[in-house]
Design a protein around this ligand. Sequence first.
Ligand SMILES: [Zn+2]
Length: 200
Amino acid sequence: MPAEPTVRQGSASAGVATSTLHVRLDYVRSHYSAEVVAQLLARATPALRGLLEAPPSGDGFTELEHFLALNELIQELVGSGDGAVVRAMGHFAARHNASTWRKIFESGADIPTFMTIASGLWHHHYDSGVLHLVQEGPSALTLEIRDFAVPHRAHCLSVLGWLEGIFEADPKHLVTVTERACRALGDERCVLALSYRDAR
Ligand SMILES: [Zn+2]
């Protein structure tokens, strides 16, 4: 059995909640055959497979590289090479907690208030970086993923899909999420833009 790599490339590191791994395994289980699930587990590194097979724990964290490897493996198995499945899994993760988001929206939160609450939950998922909000007018917000130690397309596409998913729980607004820039594509910053209007 090959040894697990223990040396990181460079000094950058980030952590991710193990629940994010389990939600992605749930996505594969609910969208694909048992054979695909078996292939996924067979091709995962021993460390990743151990995390996936462990009982879900509410507040455990692991290294981001396992999250990235899982996303890449799922893309190899079922993706079309454009990141769509990574984005879809971010969307699925958000829909997983739809009742939580709906309660916040039904309490009357507008989009900036909601995003302030949601960005405050960043550290429940990642132990690196922050989601920084800037109001750009009466119906637009930009979100910048700042200081994330390991910029990666799988991470930003996950956040993009997650945002698309949470706003589906809002009965009062129509929200469009657009990616403006990404450090993993050579840009200086990772920026997402929200534009919104009343759903009437
Ligand atoms: Zn990015």
